[in-house]
Design a protein around this ligand. Structure first.
Ligand SMILES: Cc1cc2nc3c(=O)[nH]c(=O)nc-3n(C[C@H](O)[C@H](O)[C@H](O)COP(=O)(O)OP(=O)(O)OC[C@H]3O[C@@H](n4cnc5c(N)ncnc54)[C@H](O)[C@@H]3O)c2cc1C
Length: 305
């Protein structure tokens, strides 16, 4: 890793050794259970620590990534030669106001659902069954059934590369299909303000159940996957095109194009990142050949392939 030495010096000087792990195995931080080691893995315990580290990393142009629940990632078996920042050890925030909910980026989908059900908070039920953290969901503008989390957001707090916290109002956020943009390239989402309505806990629970049962891919929740490989287009569903190419069940090594949903790849047990990567190329090539469509990946690739 470039600048590895100055980073180590910075860690020692600021007594940050206890929140940093060198050569951390990453596969268990992803839902597909694939990935080599990260040169450094950081889990700040306070916003102060995060500010200090992030400012340093950005100023010194050190390669880094922000990790959520790892539900949308393919990490190379050769690992990631940079710094991974995880917010999992920061204090969690779930504050209910009259018409809004303030929620920290490190709360995961299951905890959010539980809290919403218990407190009768309605508005996010369409996310039922989608794994992730709030930070990852906002960054990816996660959604289903024609709704996306971006539709519900009134503002987000971000950490800038200068180590400052800024509030970004929804009118300054461009939410698009499975992505969001603001006027900055480097930032960490810290908190999100979401518009909600109040209902009874039972009603909210029923809505979560309804959306969960509606999910065609609900049987895929217990398997090792990162969800959809490709984004859908304006006039096509990626899964339909892949299926029409006869690729369901196609395998490379221990990686397989799901028999249940052709836009999903499953790690049957010991799949290597290259097995998955080659399958993705195969899907792309066959769809291009048959339909002249250039599929665009939804999954993020970390490391070298
Ligand atoms: C079984 C299954 C089903 C799925 N179904 C759906 C679905 O129906 N709809 C859908 O939209 N997605 C779906 N997904 C994909 C995935 O759940 C979403 O993309 C989710 O939003 C990823 O959140 P995460 O926390 O896991 O992010 P990660 O995978 O960890 O990261 C995704 C991206 O977000 C960035 N990121 C994460 N946290 C932050 C932060 N705090 N600040 C800035 N950037 C951040 C990462 O750097 C990365 O670029 C599915 C995945 C699986 C495994």
């Amino acid at each position: 890793m470039k600048n590895s030495k100055i980073f180590k010096k910075f860690i020692e000087k600021n007594n940050l050794k206890n929140i940093i792990c060198e050569n951390q195995e990453l596969k268990n931080y992803t839902t597909i259970k694939i990935g080599g080691q990260a040169k450094f893995f950081i889990t700040p315990k306070s916003i102060q620590q995060l500010k200090l580290i992030y400012k340093f990393i950005c100023k010194n142009l050190i390669l880094h990534k922000i990790l959520g629940n790892g539900s949308n990632l393919l990490i190379s078996d050769n690992g990631f030669d940079g710094i991974i920042i995880s917010l999992k050890n920061l204090k969690q925030k779930f504050i209910i106001k009259k018409k809004s909910l303030e929620i920290s980026a490190n709360i995961d989908a299951k905890k959010m659902q539980k809290n919403c059900e218990e407190n009768g908070i309605s508005g996010l039920e369409f996310l039922s069954g989608i794994p992730g953290t709030i930070g990852g969901m906002v960054r990816m503008n996660a959604g289903a059934f024609g709704y996306s989390i971006g539709d519900k957001i009134s503002e987000i707090d971000i950490l800038t590369e200068k180590g400052e916290i800024e509030i970004i109002k929804s009118e300054n956020i461009n939410f698009d299909y499975r992505r969001m943009k603001i006027a900055k390239n480097n930032f960490i989402i810290l908190n999100t303000k979401i518009s909600i309505t109040k209902k009874s806990p039972k009603e909210v629970q029923k809505l979560y159940e309804k959306y969960f049962n509606k999910r065609v891919s609900k049987h895929l929740l217990d398997i090792k996957t990162f969800g959809s490989v490709f984004k859908n287009g304006k006039n096509y569903f990626a899964g339909e095109l892949i299926e029409k190419c006869g690729l369901k069940g196609y395998k490379i090594g221990d990686a397989e194009i799901s028999n249940f949903h052709a836009n999903f790849i499953v790690n049957n047990d010991k799949a290597a990142s290259n097995n998955v990567f080659e399958l993705i190329q195969k899907m792309k090539q066959e769809v291009k050949k048959k339909f002249s469509v250039n599929l665009q990946p939804e999954v993020k690739f970390w490391g070298k392939f």
